[in-house]
Design a protein around this ligand. Structure first.
Ligand code: ADP
Ligand code: MG
Length: 457
């Protein structure tokens, strides 16, 4: 691991880092700082706590021309708490550079004082997309001289429904700029974002010190009709926060979902017969972690943008090896441990034999008797979904919902999960234990000065 000296930082920065007690760069800093200093676009993926803030913070400050009184760097963050943390870290890193002005622009607080501060000028702005957008619209924030845009926790910003706001903001920035994208995970939506807004980015991915993505795959021989029992037993044994069980037919999805619900497991069916609205609602509730088990057909699961699942189950073996691999590939992504389990009746054995023939090693068969002896122990999903009867067409934005929920002694920012906006409604994931409180707040409060009907799904 190099030292900060080898990264060719200014003496002022080196002395600050020493004062902060940073002895050497973290892996993501060591890989990201050189291309950032060279002015390249960078996409950096590293897990939480790996020092991403200082990686872009050092870049922003080393590039800063303090005598040029214009906003040169903009950091977009998903929540006010994170924006405050980033601004605090930047101020610490800026302590040996005189007169650097760093402003935070977040929703949930009065806009007037922010306008006042902006009129005095700022070098770096840290904010949430909604409020930054407001200031751009009012003309109180001018980004014509911006040199660097940072998208921090970009995956979380997308999860929270900020895509439209980000598009709007980025569309107003100078084309000649550096774009740094930081994310803890690597879903398709982040790749799309990078393709759209970055130029020839340097890809900095810090491999976890844990072993490579690993899928623990197991097979159980069951008798026809034992699928529901085997699935309930498996869920009770591993208690995953989230699981997809692949079924062959729509009827199988519906039947298994019904049986599991009767037994206390929180399950939903996803198949081609649902209309668009129901399908959206199922996808939203599964993706935002307020439903633990999804019974899905292959076709219906195609559009699912889920980062990684702790457990994938094949209620029946897939008809061909490629489909099997595709299903199983939904677990164990992004360096996480994954588990895939396949149930197989004697009549379906040929499908599994084909799979075995296509592989090098033997398949691992579990003890079905022991599995079926597991008593039911359902897990409660971590989140619940609030449905608000107002959406894009009502000009409701994620920031408005965050503001209504977390403003003035409300819920902590991390109680709010994914926010999914549709034209006439939106879904907000709330940590289960705070769901009632959130419901009350939204019922009694106002969003955009209006009252909307709210219910727990
Ligand atoms: P991330 O954004 O990757 O989740 P942070 O940037 O918030 O992580 O950093 C996590 C913690 O590590 C912070 O408390 C920060 O002060 C500390 N930190 C960052 N870089 C270093 C370093 N090079 N040496 C020691 N501590 C560091
Ligand atoms: Mg961070």
């Amino acid at each position: 691991m190099p030292s900060f000296h080898q990264l060719e930082l200014s003496t002022a920065m080196l002395s600050t880092l020493e004062q902060l007690g940073y002895q050497r760069p973290t892996p993501v800093q060591a890989s990201a700082i050189p291309p950032i200093l060279a002015g390249r676009d960078v996409i950096a993926m590293a897990k939480t706590g790996s020092g991403k803030t200082a990686a872009f913070g050092i870049g922003l400050l080393e590039h800063l021309n303090v005598r040029h009184f214009a906003v040169q760097g903009l950091v977009l963050c998903p929540t006010r708490e994170l924006a405050d943390q980033v601004a605090k870290a930047l101020r610490e890193l800026a302590r040996s550079i005189a007169n650097v002005k760093i402003l935070t622009l977040c929703g949930g607080v009065a806009i007037g004082p922010q306008i006042g501060s902006l009129s005095h000028g700022a070098h770096l702005v840290v904010g949430t997309p909604g409020r930054v957008q407001d200031h751009l619209r009012k003309g109180t924030l001018v980004l014509d001289h911006l040199k660097t845009l940072v998208l921090d926790e970009a995956d979380r910003m997308l999860d929270m429904g900020f895509r439209d706001a980000m598009d709007d903001i980025i569309g107003q920035l100078p084309g000649q700029r550096q774009t740094l994208l930081f994310s803890a995970t690597w879903p398709e939506s982040i790749r799309t974002l990078s393709e759209q807004y970055q130029r020839d980015p340097v890809d900095v991915r810090v491999a976890d010190s844990e072993p490579a993505p690993d899928i623990d795959e197991q097979f159980y021989e069951i008798q026809p009709g034992q699928q529901a029992d085997a699935l309930a037993a498996l869920l009770s044994l591993h208690r995953p926060g989230s699981c997809i069980a692949f079924c062959t037919t729509r009827q199988q999805c519906d039947e298994l979902a019904e049986i599991l619900n009767e037994r206390g497991f929180n399950a939903l069916a996803l198949h081609g017969d649902l209309d668009q609205k129901d399908r959206d609602a199922v996808l939203v509730r599964f993706a935002n972690q307020s439903v633990a088990v999804l019974l899905a057909t292959d076709v219906a699961a195609r559009g699912l943008d889920i980062k990684s699942l702790p457990l994938v189950v094949n209620v029946e073996p897939a008809r061909d090896t490629e489909v099997h691999t595709h299903r199983v590939g939904r677990t164990g992504r992004a360096g996480e441990q994954g588990r895939a389990v396949t149930f197989c009746t004697p009549a379906q054995a040929h499908r599994v034999n084909r799979l075995e023939a296509a592989r090098d090693g033997d398949l691992a068969w579990g003890d079905t008797g022991a599995l079926l002896a597991t008593p039911d122990r359902p897990v409660a999903p971590p989140m619940r979904t609030l449905c608000v009867a107002g959406g894009r067409k009502d000009k409701v934005r994620p920031g408005d919902l965050m503001g209504a929920l977390t403003g003035e002694a409300g819920l902590p920012g991390d109680a709010v999960g994914k926010i999914d906006l549709f034209d006439f409604q939106c879904f907000v994931a709330i940590r289960s234990e705070l769901a009632q409180k959130a419901l009350k707040r939204l019922e009694n409060g106002r969003i955009k000065g209006r009252r909307f009907r709210v219910r727990l799904v």
